[in-house]
Write a protein that binds this ligand. Structure first.
Ligand code: ARG
Length: 438
């Protein structure tokens, strides 16, 4: 194995610098040019010696928050300052990981007053793609319902989970019972090795808070027996801070009602309940033109908000979050701070034109140096490493939100060779003697 090539080093320096500049410009940190230059010199030195650099606790704390702020698709990121970090960069074994995840759930839950938390496991060494990741989680979310394939071809549970559920069963997971709402076990990978399914919630159901969905005026909806869990906790995405990739950094926020009601319950490829809900509400489902689908959609959205409120579980609605996000856009705009966004995600799936986002245009450029990215599964990554130590670099997708395409969307507005000229301080030591190019 060879150390990273200089272009990898240089790209990392550009991204580290871009991140540090953002941090320096933030009024909480307000680093002086001197401090910035000093830290950059230290980072550069560390990269020369080890091929990577280590974030300070402060950099990690600001980094996760900045990554959230850069997440174009998230309507809740005006709260980016509130994200708390659990630093698990040195956690190496299965027991340590499960303990950290249980702790994460505790930190997040707060008796229903859900707090945004991220747990950060070991980073990857840039350019050393033949090296196994220390920790990965294969689950899409840490709390999620299984999808069991039935003999008749239908799915019991969440169709989104079918493949994952099949894998867990193949590996020996035996749930006590199978329902439409069976919590999935965790699939943790240590050093490219897939561990046995870990059914945390079988032992700790109290860490899987759920709500029965009822409607204030439609008992027919209550009778459908719908339920949902309280904490959305994404566990498969990669976190990137200043060019350093953390392939395992599970994070949670709290729900916006439409995510559960419109998408999870009514998407045709999910629980697909729109007709059942319409009938439960006694609507005339014989013609599209009665707009019964729209009424059913509103009904189930009312039910989800009502049920979470009644249980005392934190949940946002699209009007509240839309208005808050719009205020945030205006403040950032006024302060001259760029805020990108993805219109198709920021506009809610119901009553679109009632939200301010619908009437705005967003620049969907992806911030490359610090952000959250989709990534290939731990199984796919491990397979590539097993067959060939030189990881095939070609993107398998053109999605700019995918980790593999990070380099396609450089954010640094100037070439690496021009850093010394653009910055208001003297040419950094690591650039000395380099006229141009990489
Ligand atoms: N939409 C996803 C779901 O319904 C959750 C994504 C994250 N959502 C959030 N509010 N933080 O499970």
């Amino acid at each position: 194995m060879t150390l990273s090539s200089p272009p990898v080093f240089n790209r990392l320096r550009v991204q580290a610098l871009a991140f540090l500049q953002d941090m320096a410009a933030d009024n909480r940190y307000a680093l002086t040019q001197e401090q910035l230059q000093e830290r950059m010199a230290a980072i550069s030195e560390e990269i020369d010696q080890t091929g990577t650099y280590t974030h300070t606790t402060e950099e990690l704390e600001f980094g996760v928050q900045w990554a959230w702020r850069a997440s174009n698709r998230c309507i809740g990121r005006h709260m980016w300052r509130s994200l708390k970090v659990q630093d698990c960069r040195t956690t190496k074994d299965h027991a340590g990981v499960t303990e950290a995840l249980a702790k994460h759930l505790d930190m997040a839950w707060q008796d229903g007053n859900i707090q945004s938390v991220i747990t950060v496991f070991a980073p990857r060494v840039p350019g050393q793609s033949d090296q196994a990741d220390v920790v990965r989680i294969a689950n899409h979310q840490l709390l999620r319902y299984a999808g069991f394939e039935q003999e008749d071809g239908t799915v019991l549970g969440d169709p989104h989970s079918v493949e994952f559920t099949r894998r867990m069963l193949d590996l020996g997971w035996s749930p006590k019972s199978r329902s439409a709402y069976t919590p999935l076990p965790w699939s943790i990978w240590i050093q490219d090795e897939e561990c046995a399914p870990f059914d945390h919630f079988a032992q700790h159901p109290e860490q899987f808070p759920e709500v029965d969905i009822t409607h204030p005026d439609h008992p027919g909806i209550d009778a459908l027996g719908l339920r949902w869990y309280a904490i959305p906790l994404i566990s498969e995405m990669a976190l990137v801070i200043g060019g350093i990739t953390y392939p395992c950094a599970p994070f949670n926020g709290w729900y916006m009602g439409t995510e559960i009601a419109a998408r999870n319950f009514c998407d045709p490829a999910r629980y697909d309940m729109i007709e059942a809900i319409g009938l439960a509400m006694g609507l005339d489902t014989s013609s599209n033109r009665t707009l019964w689908k729209d009424q059913a959609l509103i009904g189930i959205n009312q039910a989800v908000l009502h049920s979470f409120d009644r249980a005392g579980f934190r949940i946002g609605d699209h009007h509240e979050l839309g208005a808050q996000f719009e205020r945030f856009c205006k403040i950032e705009d006024k302060a001259g701070r760029k805020l990108n966004g993805d219109w198709s995600w920021l506009s809610p799936p119901i009553s679109g034109s009632l939200s301010p986002q619908f009437h705005r245009e967003f620049d969907n450029t992806v911030e490359a140096h610090t952000n959250f990215f989709y990534q290939s599964s731990p199984a796919a990554d491990a397979a590539v490493r097993r067959e060939d130590s030189s990881l095939d670099d070609a993107p398998r997708t053109s999605d700019p939100f995918h980790l593999e395409n990070q380099h396609e969307t450089p954010r640094c507005p100037f070439g690496f060779d021009r850093i010394g000229k653009v910055l208001p301080f003297k040419r950094p030591a690591f650039l000395k003697g380099k006229a141009s190019g990489h």
